[in-house]
Design a protein around this ligand. Structure first.
Ligand code: ADP
Ligand code: MG
Length: 707
């Protein structure tokens, strides 16, 4: 159902936000006092009164009915990492066979999905199946349209009877409260009286692959696991670098047009799109917004990419590594904090005083990232991302920060009390007395750093393409909030705030500069250098996630009321369980594909080869080379069968560790994944040796070079 808008007839301005119950819609449709109340609620000032909730619900219902909706849903983000929704219609029977259409304030504000089947990691006893959803007033309601069916969708947070977070959104919102408090304290102490709120800005860049649905339908691995568990790279990969920023193909262009329209209707600011590095890989970026809004809109972007691709006979792959041998997909999380009056706290100002503020926030971030690098690392840990992080072309699993040469030089000079010679030969007096203004050159980009300063924001590049952005931003906010709380305590006690701020800058940088690295993050030397510096290198999900309940992290996250111990324990359990399940699916698939189709296909081809060889011999032809091929094929068939059997056995053995999810996950990582890797090598060799007309699955060449 291709749904293209002709923008020469319909103004983009009119299309934009058509399906979004935005601030401007509310201002237009709500009585002034109610509108004001909603705005106050959105900025955290107060809670919505029952009366106003009725008014808002009614206005929302009328608006939704005009747009053609018959149902509403509370939309939430359970720990599956996906989104969930349960639809209710607006109808309410009159008793005489007719209905009225209703939507109450209570229905708007709170929902009670029967949520017993969502993962809760032991947080909710099975008899207490009740979960609650509550409207996140700061994230606008919208009309979700799928196959022409429109539903009023209300972004909500999901929690248990006791108020425990059952989703990814609640902790994120809590972390925003925390960073707001701590950053404001610091600003006040620095003399800022105008800011009343801190906004966490997040701008996501989303990568994905598109393939023709005909191929997708023939690949059980893509259908069930989201990635190819077998498949040899085609003769051509990405080595020509001809896809990145290349001209967008017609079919993709048409798809992107519909994608943009669908997002714009939702009031989602789709801005940039381009071809990515790998063949058939693309990227879309939306303009940054408050973290909770970007988390929601990014989920919608992912859903919309998938839906719209189908209209064009394609399937969008959001997995971190759908294809071995070419780039994987990530999600760049651009992050900054600013004041409600528009001052970016990561933006160097023009005056020395502003630069003290900038350097204080910057070095606080350096300390936060160094101290809590494990939390950041584990926030990006999934079985899918394991194929990306630490693989040669992806950001490494080591957290480091890129600051660029100039900023690094300035900070080094401060740390060493050394004068800094500027490039034009002029002396810049730094030291402790003055921190002069400096121009920032943001042209210097490092694409290999997992955490890069890009002028006035940091770009966290470790996040996987299919992941929710909630987790990474929660951890980042928490770490920064903690360091800022230390800063405000010190500034409070100081007689001279400015000079204390300067000593903090010096000290934080001196103690944490080990995390700063401006070189090539993909190089082997860096891995060794990072080890020397004592930076953690957690190369897989099991290792990373296991740290979630380390005492220092429980302390940090519970102190800031972001996660309680129980909430952390439940998440660790769920994430490890998810890992095990995912690997189990992939491993079982490999056995099935290898023994069920690949080996039989190769065997049929072997039989053809052998027939031909014996015919040739009868005819007096020495088929020596062909015989070698037959031998190699026969031994690869053998190898594949035996490795499939080994994998089958390891999958079975893993089940013996079912009692403890940690043991199960560890065994899965060390034994099952290893057996999968071995089977993949012989399976891919089998594909290379077998006549393509016998091969049961579309090849990498088909999937990556057809659109
Ligand atoms: P890149 O060169 O990495 O593609 P862009 O300037 O295109 O960088 O921005 C990428 C993303 O960063 C976009 O989503 C953009 O809205 C976002 N972004 C820009 N400024 C900020 C900021 N101050 N805070 C957070 N995100 C930002
Ligand atoms: Mg970027």
């Amino acid at each position: 159902m291709i749904n293209q808008i002709d923008y020469s007839k319909t103004s983009l301005i009119d299309v934009y936000g058509e399906y979004c119950f935005s601030d401007s819609v509310m201002r237009e449709r709500l009585p002034k006092n109610v509108y004001k109340e909603v705005v106050a609620v959105q900025t955290g000032g107060k809670t919505l009164s029952k009366e106003s909730a009725e008014v808002v619900a009614n206005a929302m219902k009328d608006w939704a009915l005009e747009k053609g909706a018959t149902h509403y849903t509370h939309w939430f983000q359970p720990l599956t990492g996906l989104t969930a929704e349960k639809h209710d219609s607006f109808i309410s029977p009159n008793g005489d066979g007719s209905v009225v259409l209703e939507f109450s304030g209570k229905e708007l504000i709170q929902g009670e999905p029967d949520a017993s089947s969502f993962p809760n990691g032991g947080l909710r006893a099975t008899f207490e199946a009740r979960g609650y959803t509550a409207w996140d007033t700061a994230s606008p309601a919208f009309i979700k349209e799928v196959g022409g069916v429109r539903t009023l969708t209300i972004p909500t947070a999901f929690f248990s009877y006791n108020g425990e977070a059952l989703d990814k959104k609640v902790p994120l919102l809590r972390s925003m409260v925390s960073i707001n408090e701590e950053a404001l304290k610091v600003l006040r102490l620095l003399g800022n009286t105008s800011a009343s709120r801190i906004v966490v800005n997040v701008g996501p860049e989303q990568e994905y692959f598109l393939i023709d649905e005909e191929f997708y339908n023939k690949r059980p691995d893509l259908k069930l696991a989201g990635r190819t568990v077998f498949g040899g790279m085609s003769a051509k990969g990405q080595e020509m670098d001809d896809h990145y920023f290349g001209a967008i193909k017609e079919r993709v262009n048409v798809f992107m047009k519909e994608l943009n329209s669908a997002l714009w209707k939702l009031g989602i600011s789709a801005k940039t799109q381009h071809n990515e590095v790998a063949p058939n890989q693309f990227e879309i970026a939306t303009i940054y917004a408050s973290a909770n809004i970007s988390v929601d809109t990014n989920q919608l972007v992912m859903e919309t990419i998938k839906n719209v691709a189908q209209h064009h006979g394609m399937v969008a792959l959001l997995h971190e590594k759908p294809f071995a041998g070419v780039n994987g997909s990530g999600k760049h999380n651009n992050w900054s904090i600013s004041t409600d009056d528009g001052q970016n706290l990561l933006s160097p100002g023009d005056s020395p005083a502003e630069n003290v503020q900038f350097l204080l926030f910057l070095t606080s971030l350096i300390k936060a990232v160094d101290t809590y690098s494990v939390l950041l690392r584990l926030s990006a840990a999934t079985s899918g991302n394991d194929h990306r992080l630490g693989a040669n072309e992806a950001p490494p699993a080591i957290i480091s920060m890129y600051l660029g040469d100039m900023l690094t030089e300035i900070l080094e000079a401060i740390a060493e009390d050394a004068p800094l010679v500027k490039k034009d030969g002029k002396l810049m007096q730094l030291g402790l007395t003055t921190i002069p203004s400096f121009p920032l050159d943001d042209t210097d980009r490092n694409r290999t750093s997992p955490f890069a300063f890009t002028g006035n924001k940091f770009e966290f590049r470790m996040v996987g393409s299919s992941q929710s952005l909630a987790g990474p931003n929660t951890m980042l906010n928490a770490a920064v909030a903690e360091v800022l709380s230390e800063v405000s305590k010190r500034l409070e006690k100081a007689d001279d705030v400015l000079s204390e701020a300067k000593s903090i800058i010096k000290e934080f940088y001196a103690n944490h500069r080990r995390v700063v690295f401006n070189g090539n993050g993909y190089s082997e030397e860096w891995v060794q250098e990072a080890e020397k510096r004592g930076l953690p290198n957690l190369t897989n999900t099991v290792e990373a996630v296991s740290h979630l309940t380390d005492s220092e992290y429980i302390e940090l996250l519970s102190k800031h009321k972001i996660y309680s111990r129980e909430e952390l324990e439940s998440r660790k359990e769920i994430y490890l369980e998810t890992y095990v399940k995912q690997i189990n699916i992939e491993g079982s698939l490999m056995v099935e594909m290898a023994l069920g189709k690949m080996v039989p296909a190769a065997n049929r081809y072997l039989s053809e080869l052998l027939t031909s060889i014996s015919q040739q011999k009868q005819f007096g032809i020495k088929a020596t080379e062909l015989e070698k091929v037959a031998h190699e094929l026969a031994s690869t068939i053998n190898m594949t069968i035996s490795q499939a059997k080994t994998l089958e056995l390891q999958l079975k053995k893993a089940m013996e560790h079912e009692e403890s999810v940690s043991d199960h996950a560890r065994f899965t990582h060390s034994h099952v994944v290893k057996a999968m890797d071995a089977l993949r090598v012989s399976g891919d060799a089998l594909e290379r040796l077998t006549d393509t007309s016998y091969w049961p699955y579309p090849s990498y060449e088909d999937m990556l070079f057809t659109l």
